[in-house]
Design a protein around this ligand. Sequence first.
Ligand code: NAX
Ligand code: K
Length: 539
Amino acid sequence: MYMVTSAQMRELDRRTIEEIGIPSAALMENAGRAIAEEVIRLCRERNMSRQVDEARGSFLERELRGSIRGDEALELEQPGREHWLILAGKGNNGGDGLVAARYLREAGVGVTVVYALPPEQLQGDGALQRDAAARLGIPLLVHGRDAVDYAACTGIVDALLGTGAHGEPRGAYADMIAAANASGRMIVSADIPSGVDADTGEVSQPCIAARLTVCLAFLKRGLTQYPGAEAAGEVVVRSIGIPSELCGQQEGLAYLLTEGTLRGRLRVDAARRRSPDGHKGTYGHVLVAAGSPRMSGAGLLCSRAALRAGSGLVTWALPAPLLPHMAGAAPEIMLAPAAEGDWDAASATSVLQLAESRDVIAIGPGLGRFEKDGEWLRRIWEQSQCPLVVDADALNMLADRTDLSAWKTRRADTVLTPHPGEMARLAGLSTKEIQRDRIGAAVKYATVNRVTLVLKGARTIIAAPDGSAYVNMTGNAGMATGGSGDVLTGIIAGLLAQGLTGLQAAAYGVYLHGLAGETAAARRGHMSSLIAGDLIEAL
Ligand SMILES: NC(=O)C1=CN([C@@H]2O[C@H](COP(=O)(O)OP(=O)(O)OC[C@H]3O[C@@H](n4cnc5c(N)ncnc54)[C@H](O)[C@@H]3O)[C@@H](O)[C@H]2O)[C@@H](O)CC1
Ligand SMILES: [K+]
């Protein structure tokens, strides 16, 4: 599923209208109708229990009616119980709300339009809709002029601000958002909740807290990232007649990481799947350079996850003193002493030697920091020929480098898996700055440094060196537990070993890691008790 910024959306609107010749009023009509249909659906759901009681009767009635059907998407039994306020801004978002008001009225739902500003200020398509609503006699109120009883309605359509919003909602808009939230009524937002930044997911004070957001044409990025994702509630993307080919032609697109995206754009070549005559060598060999006396578990989790992700073989390079303690901890893993004492700069040579006969290196989990570790990492970064997954302490070593562009460009794929704190150090920003625009920060780092970047956290982002980005939806808050990241690193390395590209391995890895979290939570009965080892077992 495509995801767009407001600038990309504006350009798509423009091209549809000017190049394809679909009138803007037609797009607005489709938008408003889609919103009305979703409102009706919600009303139906709310009345569900009552409808179940009456289901038998209505079923018989439907049989008698034969095969002639009405516009069921806009049909509501006993619509008279519903009265909705349509909050309309002065831009096109308000115009969408006015169209929705017409269709809801048509379905028998009581509607009152509440204009944020005097309706004379609406222009273009919005003015056309204002006049149509007036001619139909749809009741209207104007904020600041008329008293509005928000609590007297059964639901609210928020058509105040859409993708044309800039900055914090001001004046009437801010007052109306606050009043709508305070009413406690169900709110359906047109396109985006007013107050959410469509590109970043930042929220203003105040910001609409929607039960449902009817996103128009294409998913807006900001609805996938917190706190915007929270404000949006359930999100449904409705087509309004803008051709998706046009969207596909845009550069630097983002995608929702759905099963469709994985089976489509990120499809793995059939030759990469398990073949009946394969042997352990067919599925690659991961070298894990991780763990230290105080954090040995990180290396173990990473190595086990690589195996569970399907890698044929896994060798864990670790400091020699750790070896006797780890022997037997996971009999499937081969152990290789790579440093005499703890990790040191000289051990880069051993890691590189071990890597010569392996297909991928995963580096970082539980490594700790040591003297000249930046040089250690640089040697492995520049001299290893195979794909590299960089995590945890290795990311901090990378963050300390003076200038990554002075390092030799890697020919093989490089995947970085920072959490927001590590990302902040990598980018030289604060964690808050990273979280403010996660997609933007991830894409920038990935393109400038030519790496695949996995920015972890709820709704993990995978950014590719070509500027495309993917947002993951699987997983749960139970995965916020020590070692969860080490497991992800292992999964990605395990997938790389089987011949997936850096982008594929990162995307499938993140998706499967989240799915494992969901499975593990279901097995445990509650997400809170989930621990990293459960994720491996759920793979
Ligand atoms: N052809 C199109 O462009 C289409 C646009 N559509 C709708 O139009 C929306 C975009 O419409 P517009 O570009 O007119 O913009 P909006 O309707 O999102 O809002 C812009 C208006 O709000 C004011 N405003 C902006 N930021 C404000 C703030 N922080 N506080 C108070 N007032 C503020 C601006 O002065 C402007 O009048 C989309 O989100 C979508 O709902 C749909 O109708 C489909 C077709
Ligand atoms: K809105």
